[in-house]
Design a protein around this ligand. Structure first.
Ligand SMILES: [Fe+2]
Length: 402
């Protein structure tokens, strides 16, 4: 039985210009007729050492994750003043908080007295952050506002002991942060041509429904799994493949970022229909990928599933925050149940199929440390992203840099 899963209910906004959406539909219909997909000019061989080498991983953290704007949260997670998200990102304790004026702050989640972690991980709302160790407190801008027993502690120049500030910017409903204080941080230049595409998704107008965490293996192994639809038939026969064609995708790049659009099986019914009847929301599996670790799936629809994936503390770990956004606040028990079904469906498919497979890939890589992997012509976005990583590591311009 091919159940129409609830995530395919269309939204009402135009996440893609109609002309662009129709051209993507046409490209996919041609691929379906020809049994083809967008392809790279050749295959690429990747040494397995590139995944396993500890020094390589440490360089990636330093030269990529501590150097570029990282997607870290969604505006919809933190809509109100005082809303915060505390998270451990690439071995650093950080906090994102919305201030009274609506602006975001990003700071190290570390008390300046004894370096105690200030807030436990997760989201909440507070006007003040108080350290559980000795009770030092900070406002939402990170200013040190209270020192218990201050006359016995001795004089402290409070202005010198604010929480350590990190660069932060909010664009298109996405909160970006930098992990190095004072680093260059031009998020508009970094996003380039993908920014208007992201703005059209209107994630900033969405309602947060749920965020679930999912531990994963090495970040590059995890990324590889996000970027192709070649595995749909074999890895997801009872989930994704029920509604998506396997190995039928169109690929477009926007600097280091990219878009894969997968052909839904409903597209089969459109070959003979006039274009004014074509329905992109019902036929396109739209996925934007922001380098180095954010997938936005389903932007044409009522429900959008966003995965933020970042490396863990060690080379062989990563963490994913998977968020379900809704176009409208659910009003009835049936609507809540439908949204829960979508969120759980995506989470279970990722956990039990994608991430389970990637964990086995990690084990497999370690059995053959001197071999190589081969990335096919049909895995064009995987090739593209490995090229972006290599360009950043080599200090070469990334794609689209002028
Ligand atoms: Fe998958």
């Amino acid at each position: 039985m091919t159940e129409v899963l609830p995530e395919y209910r269309a939204g009402t906004h135009a996440a893609l210009e109609r002309a662009e959406a129709l051209s993507i539909m046409q490209r996919l219909m041609t691929h379906l007729q020809n049994k083809s997909t967008d392809m790279a000019p050749g295959q690429v061989k990747v040494p397995i050492e590139y995944y396993l080498d500890q020094q390589q991983w440490e360089r990636e953290i330093k030269e990529i994750f501590y150097a570029i704007p990282l997607p870290a949260a969604l505006s919809a997670e933190l809509p109100k003043p005082g809303d915060y998200k505390a998270m451990r990102v690439v071995g650093k304790e950080v906090i994102l908080v919305r201030r009274a004026d609506g602006q975001m702050k990003a700071m190290l989640n570390v008390c300046r007295h004894r370096a105690m972690k200030l807030l436990p991980g997760g989201c909440g709302n507070s006007r003040r952050f108080t350290c559980g160790y000795h009770g030092w407190s900070y406002d939402t801008a990170g200013n040190l506002t209270g020192i218990p027993g201050e006359d016995t502690f001795g004089d402290v120049e409070k202005g010198d002991y604010s929480l350590v500030q990190l660069p932060v910017a909010e664009r298109a409903g996405i909160i970006f942060m930098g992990l190095t204080p004072g680093m260059p941080f031009d998020v508009d230049a970094w996003l380039g041509d993908v920014l208007p595409k992201l703005e059209a998704l209107e994630l900033d107008k969405c309602v947060h429904f749920t965020t679930k965490t999912l531990p994963g293996p090495n970040w590059k192994v995890t990324v590889d799994g996000f970027l192709e639809g070649y595995h749909f038939a074999s890895l997801h026969p009872n989930t994704v493949f029920l509604t998506n064609h396997s190995n039928r995708a169109v690929f477009d790049a926007f600097g280091p970022h990219l878009r894969n659009v997968f052909a839904l099986k409903s597209l089969d019914e459109y070959h003979d229909r006039p274009t004014d009847e074509w329905d992109p929301a019902a036929t396109l599996g739209l996925v934007y990928w922001l380098f180095p670790g954010m997938s936005i799936a389903g932007g044409l629809r009522e429900r959008t599933v966003v995965s933020i994936m970042l490396p863990g503390d060690t080379w062989d770990t990563s963490m994913t925050w998977q968020t379900t956004l809704l176009r409208h606040s659910p009003q009835t028990a049936a609507e809540i149940e439908e949204a829960e079904k979508t969120a759980e469906w995506f989470y279970a498919a990722f956990r039990d199929e994608d991430y389970a497979a990637q964990t086995e890939v990690m084990n497999g890589l370690q059995s053959n440390p001197n071999g190589h992997m081969i990335i096919g012509r049909n895995e064009i976005a995987v090739q593209y992203t490995h090229d972006t990583i290599q360009r950043l590591m080599d200090g070469r311009p990334v794609h689209g840099e002028r």
